[in-house]
Design a protein around this ligand. Structure first.
Ligand code: NAD
Length: 257
């Protein structure tokens, strides 16, 4: 393992960085002093965020990437190698919900959710780790979910993909440790983002208010803080861990009996 590169030398790639949790993570890592690559299939959103971060005096670039498409991932990493020559921090954040009842769950949707939520992090992890290995230092943070631990209706592929992402993280942690790379997971509870605003019905919201001990949704910046910690020098000996940032949801049993 080599010494940690200076914060100002670090290049951080955040998938799904154009909005929601990814946007908060990209903004936080940029404010911490890293060069941030905002990798998203929403090119206009990534470019708008990069421009706004640059206006604030930070270093940020938009990087077109569809995490569900291996060819797109390969092209984006070729671009990173050409223009930056390094990737010190990878945040696998892009994810889709693909809600549908179990009995009707279509194979096509299953494949699509697994491609984005699981295969994408594998492929990004392999390419990023190869660059990190050259530097002898790196940090991978995967964004899973409480749905990888607790089931709820409609989350067949989502829950399976997030549970598998936690297992993939442990695998990365074990195999990449000799290269100076750590890999950890953050498992968010319900967070206020465009995804939950679109998919959470008033009943879903009420259910979370009843079952989250802190009785509220989290903010994207609260996930970004956890990611910033796991990507920091202070987390050098934290490896293969899943950190729930969920207002106590996973710790709770019955809140009302
Ligand atoms: P969001 O839908 O608000 O934003 C997701 C971003 O990812 C968007 O910018 C979108 O364009 C991008 N994206 C989606 N598919 C992509 C693809 N194939 N390639 C590249 N970019 C893609 O979602 P969010 O709520 O910010 O969630 C971010 C992550 O956090 C996801 O992995 C999600 O599963 C996880 N998560 C969210 C919550 C929550 O309550 N919001 C809870 C637990 C876990």
């Amino acid at each position: 393992m080599n010494p940690a590169p200076a914060l100002s030398a670090r290049v951080a790639l955040v998938t799904g960085g154009a909005q929601g949790i990814g946007r908060a993570i990209a903004s936080r890592l940029a404010a911490d002093g890293m060069t941030v690559l905002i990798a998203d299939r929403d090119a206009a959103g990534s470019e708008a965020l990069a421009a706004s971060l640059v206006l604030q005096g930070f270093r940020a670039h938009a990087l077109p990437m569809d995490v569900g498409d291996p060819a797109s991932i390969a092209a984006a990493f070729n671009d990173i190698e050409r223009h930056h020559g390094r990737c010190d921090v990878l945040v696998n954040n892009a994810g889709i919900a693909g809600a549908c009842p179990f009995l009707d769950y279509p194979l096509e949707l299953w494949s699509q959710v697994l491609a984005v939520n699981l295969t994408g992090p594998l492929l990004c992890g392999q390419r990023a780790a190869a660059l990190m290995a050259r530097a002898g230092w790196g940090r991978i943070v995967n964004i899973a979910s409480i749905s990888g631990v607790r089931a709820s209706p409609g989350r067949t592929a989502y829950g399976a993909s997030k549970a598998a992402l936690m297992a993939l993280t442990r695998q990365m942690a074990v195999e990449l440790a000799p290269l100076g790379i750590t890999a950890n997971c953050v498992a968010p509870g319900p967070i206020e983002t465009p995804l939950t605003r679109e998919h959470h019905t008033p009943q879903t919201r009420q259910s979370y208010y009843r079952n989250v001990p802190q009785r509220r949704y989290g903010e994207p910046e609260e996930i970004a803080s956890a990611v910033a910690f796991l990507a920091s020098d202070g987390a050098a000996y934290v490896n293969g861990h899943t950190l729930a940032v969920d207002g106590g949801f996973l710790a709770a049993g019955f809140l009302e009996v």
